[in-house]
Design a protein around this ligand. Structure first.
Ligand code: ADP
Ligand code: ZN
Ligand code: ZN
Length: 753
């Protein structure tokens, strides 16, 4: 590593939590391979790390070091994509190198890891770089067995492996070999000691690979669809940014409009990006795209191995596909010449990345659409209040599909007032309705937004509540597994028979989840065929498909589930939907709780009566007069919006204010407290200096004061002006000095607080 004044100097972003980018020299033999967008191996402190070449620097006064190697033949991102990544990094206050890393498929990063682990001298062949891209078909997964005493003689690598496995759910053998240099002997030893178990499984299977797709012709659009498409066509031919809300209930023909708008875009030689909340929940949508279009389609779903995802990514980069369908992260797909971006179910919270790089793919879709000069279509039956407000302001075009294509009647909905009725799972009206529906041969969906059996265990003697030692939540009892689990970390304990504090036997399991509902249903309807769909019953690939098949073939009469059953599926046989409790989302202290409740109830209602029989929906609630519930039942979005916008204006929440949350976390409560207090003082000083009107609220402890052993406090910043808010955060970031053990996460436009 020579230090000198190099001829060519480049700017490098590194995937580390550092705001700065760095300058490096390029040795003459590497100059011809240097392009913006390639990865470079660089000396960094005493380490060698991978960075991203993001531009040339004319000259540098500082003494700089040389890069060691160029890791790619072709750039991983274009200048245009880099602009977008820079914008995102700036907007969300996240280091550019980490944003770039998050935008690239993990397969690439695996490859670079292989490389830096294996190279002592920094010379490696390119074959090895591509290793991460190779498709792995089967893999062995190791998991730590819970509650096994640690043998005293376990040390070194074996101990590190075990500690790691106890922190994660499970880990593939390949990763353990790579990261820990684990050997077969290490694995055997841990197995002999009864500390781990393993299973082998296929880690990738394209659920669509074996399917043969018929060729579907475009449908003749109805009046409203044709009107919507006409506007999209008119905007599309201008090849300029144009955002639209496509507002229509499920079954109103939104997807058909997407398909035909995309067909036009492809004819003009442009490409299309389709974002969906979660691919596993929308196989029908993917099928329709595959049947309609003969062009290359990349589907970025969660079942892809890192290698396969990397392969899909390269197909997109090489322009072998014209359509990309994927969840949140597909927003960063290297598609060029985009003509249209569709964000289906734009109101879904899953568009928000809530860890690491906190971005919102729905919001960024508008930004990318602007940079690409593309039409952006936000589709939803229950648009965000902020989206509808933008429509009212004329900032977003409005396309409405006011009725269902097959003019099916909307389901008849009844509210069941659960007040004063002792918290029974089922009110008699619901029990009767399910019975009647069974007798008539109809299928029933029962919805409860909570999994597990009981949400907490309480000792009636001393009042002790079983809670997680690492998180400030109660432990949920799962009956089938006879254990209490934390839903935020991996902690679990066997179900106790007495109070762990006072040994009393009078312990009660309170609160209910889907598992208990399922059991109660079994007790009431002994002859019915009953299924459950939640995260516990659908783990592993194909889990969803299995449960849904049962509903499709009519081998399930009653399906109990969490919000999973509320999403996108079409079940003609479902004629009754019961909502066990509409109140869970309403009681969350969050400015969006009404909006979420409205969305959830509307979605659940959409599950009934998709076939020929008219559907029926019964909703049990303790808040039968709340506008979120009454408006949902009346299918009255405009009415709901009218109520909600008043609340938002009065309380000063979006769209009337822009928000940012600063979350301080660490293992030591006093240090976190100190960090947050110091930060607040700095914010107040900055506010005075800039005479700004940003409101500084807090610090207070986060809604979950501790997660995974980390204490959390937060400060909420609110402002009517986005630039003012961003200026303050930028200054804050430049000046803040926190205790070394305290981490800060900045969440711009938080969705829940
Ligand atoms: P959404 O995306 O709003 O749920 P879809 O586009 O999936 O609506 O349409 C609902 C159903 O109606 C689908 O089965 C679709 O094939 C059918 N459909 C949509 N548009 C038409 C049309 N113009 N003519 C006939 N059937 C249609
Ligand atoms: Zn007790
Ligand atoms: Zn926990």
């Amino acid at each position: 590593m020579t230090e000198h004044h190099a001829l060519k100097i480049i700017e490098v972003a590194v995937p580390l939590p550092l705001d700065a980018t760095f300058h490096y020299g390029v040795p003459p033999e590497l100059v011809c391979r240097m392009k913006t967008g390639v990865r470079v191996l660089i000396p960094f402190g005493r380490r060698k790390i991978t960075g991203y070449m993001i531009g040339n620097v004319p000259e540098s006064a500082e003494k700089i070091r040389d890069i060691i190697d160029v890791l790619d033949e072709e750039p991983l991102f274009t200048e245009k994509e880099l602009d977008f990544l820079r914008w995102s990094a700036g907007y969300y206050f996240h280091p550019l190198g980490e944003v770039i890393k998050a935008a690239l498929p993990a397969g690439i990063n695996l490859a670079s890891r292989t490389r830096s682990v294996e190279t002592a001298d920094g010379t490696l062949s390119r074959e090895e770089v591509l290793k991460g891209g190779r498709t792995v078909k089967r893999e062995t997964f190791y998991r730590a067995l819970p509650d096994v005493e640690l043998p005293v003689n376990l040390r070194g690598k074996g101990l590190r492996l075990l500690e790691y496995l106890r922190r994660v759910d499970e880990a593939p053998a390949g990763l353990l070999r790579r990261e820990f240099a684990a050997t077969t002997a290490n694995f055997h030893r841990l197995q002999e000691l009864g500390l781990v178990e393993f299973s082998e499984r296929e880690i990738y299977r394209d659920p669509f690979r074996e399917e043969v797709f018929t060729h579907d012709a475009p449908l003749v659009l109805n009046f409203h669809q044709a009107a919507a498409l006409e506007q999209l066509t008119a905007a599309g031919i201008k090849e300029q940014f144009a955002p639209f809300l496509l507002h229509g209930v499920t079954g109103s023909g939104k997807t058909e409009v997407y398909l035909q708008a995309i067909a036009q875009v492809l004819e003009r030689g442009r490409t299309a990006l389709v974002l969906v909340p979660e691919i596993a929940l929308t196989p029908q949508l993917v099928r329709r795209f595959k049947s309609r279009f003969r062009c290359g389609i990349a589907v970025l779903h969660s079942g892809l191995s890192d290698g396969e995802r990397y392969d899909e990514w390269r197909r997109i980069r090489r322009r072998e596909v014209s359509i990309v369908i994927g969840a949140r992260s597909a927003l960063f797909a290297p598609l060029s010449h985009m003509g249209i971006i569709v964000v289906d179910e734009e109101h879904e919270s899953s568009y928000k990345q809530s860890e690491g790089f906190h971005y919102n793919a729905r919001d960024l879709a508008l930004v990318r659409g602007k940079m690409e000069g593309a039409v952006v279509v936000l589709g939803s039956a229950t648009p965000l209040v902020t989206t509808y407000h933008a429509v009212q302001q004329g900032k977003i075009g409005y396309l409405q599909l006011p009725e269902r294509v097959r003019n099916l009647p909307m389901p008849g909905t009844e509210l069941l007032d659960a007040r004063g009725r002792k918290g029974a799972t089922f009110l008699p009206e619901l029990i009767k309705a399910i019975g009647d529906n069974l007798a008539a041969g109809g299928q029933t969906l029962l919805f409860l937004n909570r999994r597990g059996f009981a949400t907490y265990l309480v000792c009636e003697e001393c009042g002790t509540v079983l809670s997680c030692p690492n998180c400030s939540v109660t432990l949920t009892y799962h009956r089938r597994r006879e254990r209490h689990f934390c839903h935020y970390c991996d902690y679990s304990i066997p179900a106790p028979s007495v109070c762990p504090k006072c040994d009393s036997q009078s312990i009660a399991l309170l609160g209910r989840g889907t598992e208990r509902v399922e059991e109660e249903v079994r007790e009431i309807y002994v002859d019915a065929r009953i299924g459950r769909m939640d995260r516990d019953t659908t783990t592993g690939r194909g889990g969803h498909a299995r449960v849904l098949k049962g509903l499709e073939n009519g081998t399930i009469d009653i399906l109990v589930g969490t919000q999973m059953i509320a999403k996108g599926h079409d079940f003609p046989g479902v004629t009754l939907v019961g909502v066990i409790s509409a109140d869970a989302t309403l009681n969350i202290p969050d400015f969006r709780s009404s909006e979420r409740t409205y969305q959830l109830i509307s979605q659940v209602m959409g599950r009934a009566g998709r076939g020929d029989a008219p559907g029926r929906v019964l909703i049990q609630t303790l808040n039968p007069e709340h506008y979120a519930i009454t408006r949902a039942v009346a299918h009255d979005f405009a009415g709901f919006y009218g109520d909600e916008i008043i609340f938002r204006r009065e309380t000063g929440y979006p769209p009337f204010a822009y928000l940012a949350v600063l979350v301080f976390s660490g293992n030591s409560a006093p240090e976190v407290e100190k960090g947050a207090t110091t930060a607040a003082a700095l914010l107040h000083r900055l506010k005075r200096e800039a005479k700004s009107r940003v409101e500084i609220l807090g610090p207070v402890s986060s809604p979950l004061a501790m997660i995974r052993g980390r204490y959390r406090r937060q400060i909420l910043l609110k402002s009517g002006q986005r630039p003012e808010l961003h200026r303050m955060i930028a200054r804050f970031r430049g000046q803040v000095k926190l205790p070394a053990v305290v981490r800060i996460a900045i969440d711009i436009d938080p969705l829940d607080m």
